[in-house]
Design a protein. Structure first.
Length: 101
């Protein structure tokens, strides 16, 4: 999801479609609709459009693109970037001794 200050929240879309060729081979095609959605949202920074075309829709590239967008748009002002930190996963393994069978 992405939101501009003066607009609604936009759900970024990367729909997968199964395409079958004339020989019956099936391929998965991703729509990458999110690229157009991001270009519209980042319209004040057209310098970022080539980067948006190459990136995938995952957390780290999205945060990087948003930071670059803020650098172009905000200039010297400090911008707020909302970044959700992933939870820390900790696993503990114990050796079990005891009965056989």
């Amino acid at each position: 999801m992405i939101e501009k200050e003066d607009g609604p929240m936009i759900r970024l879309d990367n729909q997968e479609m199964v395409i079958e060729d004339e020989y019956g081979t099936k391929y998965i095609h991703k729509s990458k609709r999110y690229v157009g959605q991001l270009k519209a949202a980042f319209s004040e920074a057209p310098e970022l459009h080539p980067t948006l075309e190459q990136m995938n829709l995952s957390l780290k590239p999205m945060i990087q693109a948003t930071k670059k967008y803020h650098e172009y748009v905000c200039g010297d002002q400090e911008c707020i970037i909302f970044e959700k930190k992933p939870p820390i996963f900790k696993a503990t393994f114990r050796r079990r001794f005891g009965t056989n069978g």
